[in-house]
Design a protein around this ligand. Structure first.
Ligand code: GLA
Length: 446
């Protein structure tokens, strides 16, 4: 409270918000393809103390260090972003998303008020534990609280998944959904379009040990490009299969599933492989030809569909087949993981995690040697299964570890990974079990 007063003068906060980070147990890069994921919320979170203002300003201060300097912006119809990567863009994203929701209701826009917000948190940033979406959620909950806006959480999660694209990543809806809807002691299988959740109890005698690869996984810069490239490759896979199955309305890979017609994820994967004669790469020109389209028209369509600026040149080779193979096989693993959890079959769950990592590394190419090494070490030291988590390209590896074996696995990581890099597991390895989703507490004000 003292910090709040020194940041914003006399004001006292009226709300305290907690927006947790997440671990994704399995189901990587499936969400934007319309297939499910299986995350849980962790004990590390973004915290925000919030006071309503009488004007339309949003004033932000952050206790987490110099790179997160004070920011301020106005609630207006179209909020201009700060330079890419700026922390306040995540707040702008949520406020803009909520404003767009009220578009056309001028009277409502007039009545909206701003807020002062002091932010703190302990989610390791740029590490694939969704610190950025936690900021988006904190911003949205603050805006809703000071303006008395109530929305069902699945609705808010869907709206914010879209809103976060303001920062430039063409992400899916996992992070916002789990942050808002997580359940203590459970993982959630989350389906999208529309959002649906199926909880499954996390085994009580196990935990997730998360080990930082020491390689940053920022949602900005190169990683954002690499992420968006995967989105694009999957969109091309959708276009190819849509042509093959005469399903011109398919928006994403999951729309092509037609179990009644015997077309599940595995069959689709095979059909795509046949169509591409098993070739890993294909060019935009080849796909345009299949659709009988001019390559320039096809590139325009692709740009409008993905909202990605850097559409590949007509002859650039794209790894459409392996990307789709990962997505289809991962979709199957998520369902199998749900069954294993419900049956209490830890070994089967561990095997699925291992297979997921292999597929992420080989077919989706989102791993790196540090993540591969951590995953191998965790398995050797007794984890039932291990894999990278989140978008990849760095960040955290996770192991499913029996609680009684935690110190042995931790020690092995310390000796064989961190000490050789002059570090210590104490700074990089965390133990997590599923926690409750985001909360807003109204504070008693004097
Ligand atoms: C990021 C995105 C999510 C999801 C994961 C990969 O965290 O924000 O929507 O796509 O990557 O599974």
């Amino acid at each position: 409270m003292r910090s709040f007063r020194s940041a914003f003068g006399e004001a006292e906060p009226a709300y305290f918000i907690r927006a947790p980070g997440r671990i994704n147990l399995i189901g990587e890069h499936t969400d934007y393809n319309g297939f499910p994921v299986m995350p849980f919320a962790i004990s590390r979170a973004i915290y925000a103390a919030v006071a309503p203002r009488d004007d339309k300003l949003v004033k932000l201060q952050n206790l987490q260090g110099e790179e997160y300097g004070p920011r301020e912006f106005c609630i207006e119809k179209s909020i201009p972003p700060h330079p890419q990567g700026d922390w306040a863009n995540y707040f702008k994203a949520s406020v803009q998303g909520l404003l767009d929701r009220f578009q056309g209701q001028q009277s409502h826009l007039r009545d909206l008020r701003g807020f002062s917000c002091l932010v703190d948190g302990n989610i390791p940033p740029a590490a694939g534990l969704s610190s950025s979406s936690a900021l988006v959620i904190a911003g949205a909950l603050a805006f809703c609280a000071v303006n008395d806006i109530e929305m069902p959480r699945p609705y808010l999660a869907t709206l914010l998944a879209e809103a976060e694209q303001y920062v430039g990543t063409r992400g899916g809806g996992m992070d916002q959904a789990i942050c808002l809807m997580a359940k203590e002691t459970h993982v959630l299988k989350i389906d999208f379009f529309p959002l649906r959740i199926s909880p499954a109890p996390f085994p009580r005698d196990h935990c997730i040990l998360a080990a930082h690869s020491t390689v940053p996984a920022a949602k900005t810069e190169n990683q954002m490009e690499a992420y968006n490239q995967r989105v694009l490759e999957c969109t091309l896979g959708t276009a190819l299969l849509a042509r093959l199955t005469r399903n011109g309305n398919a928006e994403r890979l999951a729309d092509l599933v037609d179990e009644a017609a015997g077309r599940g994820p595995s069959e689709l994967s095979h059909e795509l492989a046949d169509l591409l004669s098993g070739q890993d790469t294909v060019t935009v020109r080849q796909i345009a030809r299949l659709w009988n389209l001019e390559v320039s028209d096809f590139r325009k369509w692709l740009q409008s569909k993905t909202a990605i600026d850097a559409i590949p040149a007509p002859s650039q080779k794209l790894k459409v087949l392996p990307r789709c193979r990962h997505v289809f096989s991962e979709a199957r693993r998520v369902q199998q993981a749900l069954n294993s959890l419900r049956a209490g079959d830890i070994e089967a769950l561990g095997r699925l995690m291992n297979q997921s990592h292999r597929s992420c590394a080989q077919d989706y190419e989102i791993s790196c040697k540090e993540l591969d090494e951590l995953v191998a070490l965790m398995r050797e030291a007794g984890a039932a299964g291990a894999r990278l988590t989140g978008a990849g390209f760095g960040g955290f590896a996770i192991g499913l570890v029996r609680k009684s074996a935690v110190s042995a696995v931790r020690e092995s990581l310390n000796m064989d990974f961190y000490q050789v890099r002059n570090g210590s597991a104490d700074d990089y390895v965390f133990e997590f079990t599923p926690q409750e989703g985001a909360s807003v507490t109204e504070l008693d004000r004097p």
